[in-house]
Ligand binder design. Structure first.
Ligand code: GCU
Length: 126
């Protein structure tokens, strides 16, 4: 099984908003991170876990890469969140991790001026 943490309960860097204007999301909305390098979305999640699956949409033609950090340490750089074809078309990107039992901080930080994709949730499993 897995545990879902909605973007509605995430922390966003300055300029990020929780929106609900593109249908198909889980829960009551999604995180629209600011369009800037360094823009982030951060969740508190519980381990143990071996995978993080991020629900997202990217209605542009270009991937929206992020660095993924756990407890302040970058565990994956420039992870692409590819175009999904429309802001209402949702997909997932999965990142393997090694989370011990207990609480962890997971942050996605945009590495381009476009900011992150619209982020819906993270499913924590394994
Ligand atoms: C559009 C879209 C937003 C999205 C933004 C972006 O404005 O409606 O949901 O976040 O593009 O490019 O990041």
């Amino acid at each position: 099984g897995s545990t879902r943490y909605e973007a509605e309960s995430a922390s966003l860097s300055t300029g990020g908003t929780i929106d609900a204007n593109h249908a198909g999301f889980s829960g009551t909305g999604f995180a629209n991170g600011a369009n800037a390098v360094g823009s982030y979305v951060e969740w508190q999640v519980n381990g143990p876990a071996s995978a993080l699956a991020f629900g997202y949409a990217n209605g542009t033609a270009a991937a929206r890469p992020v660095d993924i950090s756990v407890d302040g340490t970058v565990v994956a750089t420039g992870v692409p969140f590819p175009a999904t074809g429309a802001w209402t078309t949702w997909s997932t990107v999965t990142q393997p991790v090694n989370l011990a039992a207990g609480t962890h901080t997971v942050r996605l930080t945009a590495t381009t001026a476009d900011g992150p994709a619209n982020l819906d949730y993270v499913d924590v499993s394994g």
